[in-house]
Design a protein around this ligand. Structure first.
Ligand SMILES: C[S@@+](CC[C@H](N)C(=O)[O-])C[C@H]1O[C@@H](n2cnc3c(N)ncnc32)[C@H](O)[C@@H]1O
Length: 256
C-alpha cells in the first residue's frame, strides 16, 4: 500500500480519494486508500470503548477513578507495544477481563485501606486498586514485581494516575516481610498455585491481613492441594467477570 504524503496526497503525487473527483470519468471506480494499521487501531479503540461500558456496569466507579483508569489504560496500551504486559489476545477485553476483574476485589474488602499485591506484572489488580483507593486518606498499595521493566512500568503508572502505589522491584520471598506497616488485604492474581500463594502471603496474614486470590474454574483442586499444607477456612466468591472464583482467607496456619 502506498503511504500518504502531507496534504492527503499519496506519495506517488497522484490525487488521493476525494480529490479531483470531478476530473475522474464516470467509469473509473473510486478506490479509497485505507491505511490498514490505523483502521485496525480505530476498530480496537471502538471495541475497547464498548468493553469499558460493560466493565463499568459490572464494577461502577466514581468519575475521578474512571479518569485515573483511563490514564492507566492509555499508558498500558502505549507500553504494550514494547513490553508484554498483558496477553495480546486480551487487549480487546482490557476493561472487563482486567479492570473490572480487579475492581471487584474492593467490594470484598470494603474497609481495607492498605493493600499489598504480589506479582503485579502489568498492574492487575495492584494499579487498579491504587486508582480506586486514591481518594481515601491514608490508603496505600504495595506492588511487588521482580522484573525490572514491569516495575518501571508500574512506577510510571503510579505517577500518571497520581495514585498511592508503592512499587517494590523485588522477589516476593525476600520482600514480603519487609513491607513496613500493617497491611489490611493481600492479593495475587495469576501468580502461582494456591498453596504457594498462601506461603507468600502468610507473613502479612500473621500480622492481620486477609487474602483475596482470584482463581479459575479448577479452584477445588487447588484448595484440596493447599489443605495438605495449610489449615484454612476459605470463603469462595463467584467472579463477576467470568467463570472463576475469588478465594478469601482470613487466617492460615501451617500444618504440623
Ligand atoms: C502471570 S503474571 C500476572 C501479573 C498480574 N498479576 C496479572 O494478573 O495480570 C505474574 C507476574 O508475577 C511476577 N512474579 C512471579 N514470581 C515472582 C516472585 N517470586 N517475586 C516477584 N514477582 C514475581 C512475574 O514477573 C510476572 O510479572
Amino acid at each position: 500500500m502506498k503511504q500518504r504524503g502531507p496534504g492527503g496526497r499519496s506519495s506517488s503525487g497522484k490525487p488521493s480519494a476525494g480529490e479531483g473527483a470531478s476530473r475522474r470519468s464516470e467509469s473509473t471506480p473510486i478506490k479509497p486508500k485505507i491505511d490498514k494499521a490505523s483502521a485496525n487501531d480505530r476498530s480496537l479503540d471502538a471495541i475497547i470503548a464498548a468493553d469499558k461500558l460493560a466493565a463499568l456496569r459490572l464494577a461502577p466507579v466514581s468519575r475521578e477513578t474512571e479518569e485515573r483508569l483511563d490514564r492507566y489504560i492509555a499508558l498500558l496500551r502505549e507500553w504494550q507495544a514494547k513490553t508484554n504486559l498483558v496477553a495480546p489476545s486480551t487487549l480487546p477485553q482490557l476493561w472487563t477481563r482486567h479492570i473490572a476483574d480487579s475492581l471487584q476485589l474492593v467490594d470484598l474488602a470494603p474497609l481495607a485501606k492498605r493493600w499489598a499485591d504480589l506479582g503485579s506484572g502489568g498492574g492487575f489488580p495492584g494499579i487498579v486498586l491504587a486508582c480506586a483507593m486514591a481518594g481515601t486518606p491514608g490508603a496505600s498499595v504495595h506492588l511487588v514485581e521482580r522484573i525490572a521493566k514491569k516495575a518501571a512500568f508500574l512506577r510510571e503508572a503510579v505517577r500518571v494516575t497520581a495514585s498511592p502505589g508503592l512499587v517494590h522491584l523485588a522477589e516476593i520471598g525476600d520482600n514480603v516481610d519487609r513491607i513496613t506497616g500493617p497491611v489490611d488485604c493481600v492479593t495475587a492474581r495469576a501468580l502461582a498455585p494456591l498453596h504457594q500463594l498462601i506461603g507468600f502471603a502468610e507473613p502479612l496474614m500473621r500480622q492481620g491481613a486477609k487474602a483475596l486470590f482470584p482463581k479459575g474454574q479448577d479452584v477445588e483442586a487447588e484448595l484440596t492441594e493447599a489443605a495438605k499444607y495449610w489449615n484454612i477456612q476459605p470463603q469462595l466468591h463467584q467472579s463477576r467477570t467470568g467463570d472463576g472464583w475469588i478465594v478469601e482467607l482470613t487466617s492460615v496456619e501451617q500444618r504440623g
